[in-house]
Design a protein around this ligand. Structure first.
Ligand code: AR6
Length: 174
């Protein structure tokens, strides 16, 4: 495993890192899953900054990422990215999912972020198959880290056991 990549199981909102990534929706209005947990724990600052982005640009396109501060969360920033809804794989889902990781890491670099935690984007209500999602996520992060020395820590956070076991298997293979 790359010494910059870590895996943990648990709730991403508890992490004391520079940035956590949110699996958001296009309107940045909060929702269920990890998005709901982040908005609940982070409070008003996050929803107000999301509202400002919505007024300015309509929200966030699928595969892209925007940034807010962390409100009451222990992290400094939240990077909101919107994963693809799984439609069977022929609607560009993989490229969009890869783009979520890549856009989030670029935004992190632009904000001088050294440590960043990712949830398993799209693998909840958006229905992306977990193993394919994990492979794409790990490949994108590694590719980015190969060309970049500013980010020191990337943490994959799995909430459910199935995702955790998949990441463990894939990362241990390295
Ligand atoms: N910490 C880390 N991971 C979590 C947490 C948590 N607190 N809670 C859930 N997960 P999902 P999506 C995991 O559904 O599929 C929202 O309503 C969960 O086990 O949160 O990208 C948004 O507003 C799963 O593996 O996101 C969008 O409308 C992963 O997070 C939509 O859901 C992603 O599941 C986005 O769907």
């Amino acid at each position: 495993m790359s010494d910059k990549i870590e895996l943990m199981r648990g709730d991403i909102t508890t992490l004391n890192v520079d940035a956590i990534v949110n699996a958001a929706n296009n309107r940045l209005i909060g929702g269920g899953g990890v998005d709901g947990a982040i908005h609940r724990a982070g409070g008003e600052q996050i929803s107000q900054e999301c509202a400002a982005i919505r007024r300015e640009s309509g929200g966030c396109k699928t595969g892209e990422a925007v940034i807010t501060r962390g409100g009451f969360l222990p992290c400094k920033y939240v990077i909101h990215t919107v994963g693809p809804v799984w439609h069977g794989g022929s609607k560009g889902e993989e490229a969009l999912l890869r783009s979520c990781y890549n856009s989030s890491l670029h935004l992190a670099k632009d904000h001088n972020i050294k440590s960043i935690a990712f949830p398993n984007i799209s693998t909840g209500v958006y229905g992306y198959p977990k193993e394919e999602a994990a492979k794409a996520a790990i490949e994108e992060v590694k590719r980015f880290l190969q060309g970049d020395t500013s980010i020191e820590r990337v943490i994959f956070v799995s909430f459910d056991e199935e995702n955790y076991d998949l990441y463990k298997k894939l990362l241990d293979k390295e």
